[in-house]
Design a protein around this ligand. Structure first.
Ligand code: NAD
Ligand code: MG
Length: 384
C-alpha cells in the first residue's frame, strides 16, 4: 500500500490526486495533507481521508481550521515547518509535490532527503534547483516520478529503451488560448482571456504560464534535469489537440509517443502506481472521433517566454531560478490587474539582463537567487 503525503492537496493536481486515491481505496492511504488558504476544501478532505497530519499556510489558518473541525482531529501545523513535517512524516512512503511555484522546493527537497519517493508536479523545484535535487535523488536512491503530462509521456516513451539511443525529446504544447492571436491583440489580453485555456483545467498560475508559453519553457528545463539530456536536444512542437502528450525520437528514426485524452488523472495514477497501471478515471481515447492531429513550430516572436527559458537553460547556474522568480512576480501582477500581458515576458527579460549567472551550491543559495529575482522583478515592474 502506498502511504501518501500530498503537498498542495487543495489545488488542481491535489484534487485530481485525491480522485485517483478515492477510485483505488485499497491501494492508498493518506497520511498527510498540506494546503494554503482553502480551509473549507481542506476540511472536507480531512473528513473524507482522515490524515494524521495537516499543515496550512499561517498560524491563523491553523486556529481557524481547528475550530472548523468536529470529531477526531489530525495534528494541525502551519508554515514551512508544517510543510516539512508533512513531507517527511514517518508513515509516508510517497510524497506528491503539488504546491505551485518555488514555494514547493523546500518541502520537496526535504522529502527526498528523508528518503521518500516523490511524484513531482511542482516543476519549479527542478527549474530552480535541478542539479541539487537530482544529485540528492541519486544519493538517497529514491524514485522521482514525473506528473507533468509531457514528462510522464517522455518517461513512458523511454521505458525499455537505452539512453544512448535517444536522439531527441519532443515536448508537445497546446499553444494555449492565444495560439492564433496577433502581437497587438496579445498586448490587450485580459486576465479572463488568459485563464480561458482550451484543453486543460489547471491552477491560475500555470494557466497564465501556458498562455505566455513560459510553461513550456519551464518544462524544457524540467526535462533537461529529469532525463539528463542537453536542452539542444529538447524540441517543442505545438499540437493544439493535446492528444499526443510528448515523444522521444531514437537514432534509428523511430519515434515513440504516448497518447490519451487530456486529463491529469492519467499521469498522476501512473506516477503513483508505476510500473502497474490502474483504472484512473480517464475516458478512453477514440481517435476516430477526432478530425485530425496537427503539429507546427512555436512562434517565439509572439511567445518570447519560450526563448527566454532556452536562454536561461543555456546560461544555467542561477539564471533559471532568477527567471522563474521574475515570472512568478510578473504573473501575480498580471493576475492582480497591475500589468499587461506582454509585460510578463518583457519584465522577465529585463531581470535576466540585469543578472550575472553564478553557481548555486546549496538550497540556501537557490533561495537567495529566488529572492534576488523577485526583488528585481518588483523594481522593474514598479509593483510591491
Ligand atoms: P493550484 O494553484 O491549483 O494549487 C496549488 C496548491 O498549492 C494549493 O493547494 C495551494 O493551497 C498550495 N499553495 C500555493 N501557494 C503555496 C505556498 N506559498 N505555500 C504552501 N502551499 C501553497 O496549482 P496546480 O495547477 O495544482 O499546480 C501545482 C503544480 O503542479 C505547479 O507547479 C504546476 O506547474 C504543476 N502542474 C500542474 C498541472 C495541472 O494540470 N494543474 C499540470 C502539470 C503540472
Ligand atoms: Mg505540462
Amino acid at each position: 500500500m502506498k502511504k501518501l503525503t500530498i503537498l498542495g492537496s487543495t489545488g488542481s493536481i491535489g484534487v485530481s490526486t485525491l480522485d485517483v486515491v478515492a477510485a483505488q481505496p485499497d491501494l492508498f492511504k493518506v497520511i498527510a495533507l498540506t494546503a494554503g488558504n482553502n480551509l473549507e476544501l481542506l476540511k472536507s478532505q480531512i473528513e473524507a481521508y482522515q490524515p494524521e497530519l495537516v499543515s496550512v499556510l499561517t498560524a491563523n489558518n491553523a486556529r481557524t481550521l481547528s475550530r472548523m473541525l468536529t470529531g477526531k482531529k489530525p495534528e494541525i501545523m502551519h508554515g514551512v515547518e508544517g510543510m516539512i513535517a508533512a513531507a517527511t512524516a514517518t508513515g509516508t512512503n510517497m510524497v506528491v509535490a503539488a504546491i505551485v511555484g518555488a514555494a514547493g522546493l523546500i518541502p520537496t527537497y526535504a522529502a527526498i532527503k528523508a528518503g521518500k519517493d516523490v511524484a513531482l508536479a511542482n516543476k519549479e523545484t527542478l527549474v530552480t534547483a535541478g542539479h541539487l535535487v537530482m544529485n540528492l535523488v541519486k544519493e538517497k536512491g529514491v524514485k522521482l516520478y514525473p506528473v507533468d503530462s509531457e514528462h510522464c509521456a517522455v518517461f513512458q516513451s523511454m521505458c525499455g529503451h537505452r539512453d544512448q539511443d535517444i536522439a531527441r525529446v519532443i515536448l508537445t504544447a497546446s499553444g494555449g488560448p492565444f495560439l492564433k492571436w496577433g502581437k497587438e491583440q496579445l498586448a490587450q489580453a485580459t486576465v479572463a482571456d488568459a485563464l480561458n485555456h482550451p484543453n486543460w483545467s489547471m491552477g491560475r498560475k500555470i494557466t497564465v504560464d501556458s498562455a505566455t508559453m513560459m510553461n513550456k519553457g519551464l518544462e524544457v528545463i524540467e526535462a533537461r534535469w529529469l532525463f539528463d539530456i542537453p536542452v539542444e536536444r529538447i524540441a517543442v512542437n505545438i499540437h493544439p489537440q493535446s492528444i499526443i502528450h510528448s515523444m522521444v525520437e531514437y537514432i534509428d528514426g523511430s519515434v515513440m509517443a504516448q497518447l490519451g485524452v487530456p486529463d491529469m488523472k492519467g499521469p498522476i495514477a501512473y506516477a503513483l502506481t508505476y510500473p502497474a497501471r490502474v483504472p484512473s478515471g480517464v475516458k478512453p481515447l477514440d481517435l476516430t472521433t477526432l478530425s485530425g492531429l496537427t503539429f507546427f513550430n512555436p512562434d517565439t516572436d509572439r511567445f518570447p517566454a519560450l526563448k527566454l527559458a532556452y536562454r536561461a537553460a543555456g546560461e544555467g547556474e542561477s539564471m533559471p531560478a532568477v527567471m522563474n522568480a521574475a515570472n512568478e512576480i510578473a504573473v501575480d501582477a498580471f493576475l492582480n490587474g497591475r500589468i499587461g500581458f506582454m509585460a510578463i515576458p518583457e519584465s522577465i527579460e529585463k531581470v535576466m539582463d540585469l543578472h550575472q549567472a553564478h553557481q548555486l551550491k546549496s538550497i540556501e543559495e537557490v533561495l537567495e537567487a529566488d529572492r534576488w529575482g523577485r526583488a528585481k522583478a518588483k523594481e522593474v515592474l514598479g509593483v510591491q
